[in-house]
Design a protein around this ligand. Structure first.
Ligand SMILES: [Zn+2]
Length: 460
């Protein structure tokens, strides 16, 4: 996905005047190991359709085995041209397992458009450049290196740590769907592909975001049909006119404002750092659900998605000849559904809004809705410890992203899931899915500390 939504969701935050991110004083080879693994990872072109994910999974399996995970506890499952990897770091079994989720696949990158070859990791100007450097091979690399460190330290967790590496998160999510049903006894999921820290332009930390919910993504089509006929003999029925009327009604419609634990926390924390009427509206809506405050937030693209379901017409087709009455016209509507509402209920609501007997509504694909995960005290405490070790006192803000990550499917399967990426980025360095994707070299050491803290705290 779609990570770095923290960045998108928090552009109104005023920069905090804190120190630069602290690096831990470890004198070990782990940062160098992680960099080497990240560079090797980028060289696998794990793009949909290129068949490289199984090879990359095999490479990672070797690394995990070398780190001390028995081969019998590492499994690669092919699925079409991709694959997923499961590895189990065994604990005493005193408590239910935790799952660590990241994805091995990356979004396509066209070398001709990049300044550097996207599939050769290049270290330059204090950055590692390459497709996947951020999304999602950074956290993947840090996690694998951290497991090696935990093995070397003789860490014996009180529960199994299950690595669940998906192979098509960016596209079909078929591997994710299989993975999400593999561990019914898991207590929760830590996802390295969501949440994360934001730096200001001087690389000082501003905020850390725990992603604990996602809006559901759904596309609908609404079609009107008519018998058609010669355009010289217009009728009162016209499919294009019908669709135009439907679009107007959808455009004018506002779904009822919604709040949940996550959005209240995010709006409060962000509102406290946002000046003017927008900040005041954030605080008021978070506290009371006030309709006037909601109307202010609905006007801002940075906040409209946080206060309820949104639907917007995105594509249009209709008619078949310049001189014929249209026999058919269709509008596509893209919705971002607030957690707790089903896809079908939103379709039904839109049909009511369109209020035209002839409309045929279709849900495209098989979209999934998932509820937000409860903000568990143990997760928040562990993340706070991990983040404050790098950035003392940094605000830690729960968030709901516009989706979608692998967490969507784990949540839908009833397993709470938390985006807790170790990556801190400046907004101007955020190029996931884009050109010249990169991560700051200086973040590797702190990221290792981050996952070491999370796993020792939560799996002990
Ligand atoms: Zn991702």
């Amino acid at each position: 996905m779609s990570r770095r939504l923290a960045t998108l969701l928090a552009p109104v935050l005023l920069p905090a005047l804190g120190p630069a991110l602290a690096a831990s004083p470890t004198a070990t080879s782990y940062p160098a190991d992680a960099l080497e693994l990240l560079k090797a990872s980028i060289s696998y072109r794990t793009v949909q359709g290129r068949g490289q994910v199984p090879a990359y999974a095999g490479f990672l399996a070797q690394r995990l085995e070398a780190a001390g995970i028995p081969a019998a506890d590492i499994e690669i499952t092919p699925l079409g041209e991709t694959a997923y990897l499961v590895a189990r770091y065994r604990g005493t079994g005193a408590r239910r397992p935790l799952v660590v989720s990241v994805h091995m696949d990356v979004v396509e990158a066209l070398a001709a458009d990049w300044e550097r070859d996207p599939f050769t990791a290049i270290v330059e100007n204090g950055y590692v450049y390459g497709r996947g450097a951020d999304d999602n091979k950074f956290d993947l690399t840090i996690i694998v290196t951290t497991l090696a460190r935990l093995k070397a330290e003789g860490f014996k967790p009180g529960r199994d740590i299950i690595l669940a590496f998906s192979g098509d998160e960016e596209t079909e999510m078929a591997t994710t769907i299989e993975l999400s049903s593999r561990f019914p006894d898991a207590e929760f999921v830590l996802n390295g592909d969501g949440g994360g820290g934001r730096l200001d332009s001087d690389s000082r930390p501003v905020v850390y975001d725990i992603q604990a919910g996602e809006k559901s993504y759904a596309d609908f089509e609404f079609t009107f049909t008519n018998p058609g006929g010669h355009s010289s003999r217009p009728t009162s029925d016209n499919a294009i006119v019908d669709v135009a009327r439907a679009i107007e009604r959808i455009a004018a419609y506002r779904f009822a404002p919604q709040r949940n634990e996550l959005t209240r926390a995010w709006l409060t924390a962000t509102g406290e750092r946002t000046s003017g009427p927008l900040g005041a509206a954030m605080l008021k809506f978070a506290a009371t659900g006030d309709a006037a405050a909601a109307a202010v937030l609905a006007q801002d693209p940075d906040t409209v998605g946080q206060i309820g379901t949104t639907c917007v017409p995105t594509m249009l087709r209709g008619g078949h000849a310049l001189n014929a009455l249209p026999q058919s016209a269709t509008v596509s509507v893209n919705c971002r559904i607030f957690p707790g509402f089903s896809v079908a209920s939103i379709r039904d609501q839109l049909v009511e809004v369109i209020d035209s007997p002839g409309v045929v509504a279709v849900i495209l694909g098989d979209p999934k809705a998932s509820d937000a995960s409860p903000l568990r005290a143990d997760i928040v405490a562990a993340v706070t410890k991990a983040v404050h070790a790098r950035a003392p006192g940094l605000p830690i803000v729960p968030s709901m992203s516009a989706g979608a990550t692998d967490s969507l499917h784990f949540r839908a399967a009833g397993i709470p899931s938390y985006g807790v990426s170790a990556l801190f980025l400046r907004p101007e360095d955020s190029f996931a899915h884009g050109l010249n994707e990169r991560i700051p070299l200086a973040g590797i050491e702190g990221a290792l500390l981050h996952w070491h803290t999370l796993l020792t705290e939560l799996a002990q």
